[in-house]
Write a protein that binds this ligand. Structure first.
Ligand code: FPP
Length: 164
């Protein structure tokens, strides 16, 4: 039988069969390994990770993904060396300070999930501001998972159950 017609990449991406997922979730992982492979300090890996986040958010919005969830900082991550934790918190703060206006312009709605109760006031304030500013936006929803953790959640539920 005749060979199947070959399609160029462009033809494939224009095809009606290409579907865009509604929700994409990303575990931010490998920043340290990325840096190590290049003989750089871990902090450079985290900086590169934030750049990648920026590009990913832009691309997700451009192709019409509705939800992009970033698992950014787990409750286990507090156990990292203090200098690294404060570096990560600083990067998150800088990201919101620097990119919030741009994300808002791009009609991106920011939602934060994870345990907010124990967060430092400066971090919490910025996260709440990001949510409040963008709450009526209708393009991509960027879900930032911060201070999330199944372990803590299970322990938290047990505490609630045993006190009721
Ligand atoms: C994983 O790499 C990355 C993290 C634990 C933290 C990522 C969070 C930020 C860079 C803060 C900013 C967040 C946003 C949403 C802008 P790793 O250190 O576990 O790398 P490894 O697995 O190679 O050790």
């Amino acid at each position: 039988s005749a060979p199947l017609p070959r399609k160029t990449g462009r033809e494939m991406s224009e095809s009606a069969f290409v579907t865009v997922p509604e929700h994409v979730a990303i575990i931010m992982d490998g920043n340290g390994r990325w840096a190590k492979q290049r003989g750089l300090p871990r902090t450079m890996g985290h900086r590169k990770g934030v750049e990648t986040v920026r590009e990913t958010v832009r691309a997700a919005g451009a192709v019409g993904i509705k939800y992009l969830t970033l698992f950014a900082f787990s409750s286990e991550n507090w156990r990292r060396p203090e200098a690294e934790v404060s570096d990560l918190l600083g990067l998150l703060k800088a990201f919101i300070r620097r990119d919030l206006a741009e994300l808002h312009r791009q009609n991106v709605r920011i939602k934060v999930i994870g345990d907010r109760h124990s967060l430092r006031n400066d971090i919490l304030g910025l996260l709440l501001e990001a949510e409040e500013t963008t709450k009526d936006n209708t393009a991509l929803t960027l879900v930032i998972a911060f201070n999330y953790g199944s372990r803590d959640e299970i322990v938290g539920r047990l505490a609630v159950a045993s006190s009721s």
